[in-house]
Design a protein around this ligand. Structure first.
Ligand SMILES: [Zn+2]
Ligand SMILES: [Zn+2]
Length: 344
């Protein structure tokens, strides 16, 4: 089969590889779709190392069970499934205390394990989730990361409540869903992005107000003015020192900064404000297994928009065009469809 392999940080190639065989407790999944994520660009463009090399990239996968290894009774061949981006051990201290998303022995698709930019992928059956027939199989892949990461962030970390004012900094594939979930939770959402098209999308996903930082002198000042004192919650879904600072500085007293974006650089914040105004800073990583059934039901029942999130579709052979679109900041989420072959 063809697969996108990261041979070493910064070097990727489409290679012919043998599909893996499912071991005890595993399922072999024929990939319907795999989402293209900024995390992939961190490995490809920014030299962030993966735990295994070479590794097949791709961690946002939906598909159909093709074969079951020994000791699998949860699925049968032909079942539509969602793969979570991360598999948890279930027995470490963090798993035992309900914080599986920071599992001490977590294994991530397309990082510790071969991922979904391929025709087939192997995953532990216990971690996979059945998908109802009402959810389109290809688009469902986005539940694995682009929906689950902001769901956990909004619900468990930012702890958004009815009537609160939430500013979401960065409205790409993940941020747009932070907008969607915060709006669903009953918050007044202000979307912040330098791309006016993304702000338009944010309105369609429930933002009541938008702000392009390029249209104002200081974004935090403008937010404080519009909210008469600052936002209750700022969610940073970009991972840049300047946006982290702006998000932090836009909080009202007692406010909370929720950090979802990955920032490799150190950031200077005025911590006197954390003390004086009892600000909170919380990080958010991925989601917990228990979030998936809730999310799948939210999508199935139509309370969460899924299909409009897909703004690019690529056969595996054209995946590099998908990465290019992401680098240019185009669209919301591109997905790779390994079952579709490039037109001859
Ligand atoms: Zn991702
Ligand atoms: Zn664990």
């Amino acid at each position: 089969m063809k697969a996108l392999c990261l041979e070493q940080p910064g070097r990727v190639a489409l290679l012919d590889v043998e599909p893996a065989q499912p071991g005890p407790g595993d399922v072999l999944v024929q990939v319907a779709a795999c989402g293209i994520c900024h995390t992939d660009l961190h490995y490809i463009d920014h030299g962030v190392p993966t735990f295994k090399t070479p590794v097949i990239l791709g961690h946002e996968v939906s598909g159909t069970v093709a074969a079951c290894g020994p000791e699998v009774d949860k699925f049968r061949p032909g079942d539509p499934v969602l793969l979570p981006a991360v598999f948890t051990c279930g027995v470490c201290r963090n798993c035992r205390t309900g914080r599986e998303n920071i599992c001490e022995r977590m294994r991530m698709l397309g990082n510790h394990l071969d991922g979904g930019f391929a025709d087939y992928v192997v995953a532990p059956a216990k971690d996979c989730f059945p998908l109802p027939p009402e959810i389109p199989l290809a688009e469902a892949c986005l539940i694995g990361d682009a929906l689950s990461t902001p769901y956990h962030a909004v619900k468990h970390r930012a702890r958004v409540r009815v009537g609160e004012t939430v500013a979401v900094f960065g409205c790409g594939g993940v941020g747009i869903n932070a907008v969607q979930f915060a709006a669903l939770a009953g918050a007044h959402v202000i979307a912040v992005d330098i791309d006016d098209r993304k702000l338009e999308w944010a309105r369609r996903f429930g933002a009541r107000d938008t702000l392009n930082p390029r249209s104002v002198e200081r974004v935090e000042k403008e937010l404080k003015k519009r909210t008469r004192g600052g936002v209750d919650i700022a969610m940073e879904v970009i991972g840049k020192p300047e946006t982290l600072r702006a998000a932090y500085d836009s909080l009202r007293p007692g406010g909370r900064l929720c950090v979802v974006g990955y920032c490799a650089e150190p950031v200077t914040l005025a911590f006197s404000k954390t003390m004086f105004f009892e600000l909170e800073i919380v990080g958010s990583l991925g989601c917990r297994p228990g979030d998936y059934p809730e999310l799948i039901e939210l999508v199935r029942s139509g309370r969460v928009q899924l299909e409009p999130l897909v703004t690019g579709r690529y056969p595996l052979e054209e995946i590099f065009q998908g990465f290019e679109a992401l680098r240019r900041g185009e669209g919301l989420r591109g997905i790779v469809l390994p079952g579709e072959r490039r037109a001859a």
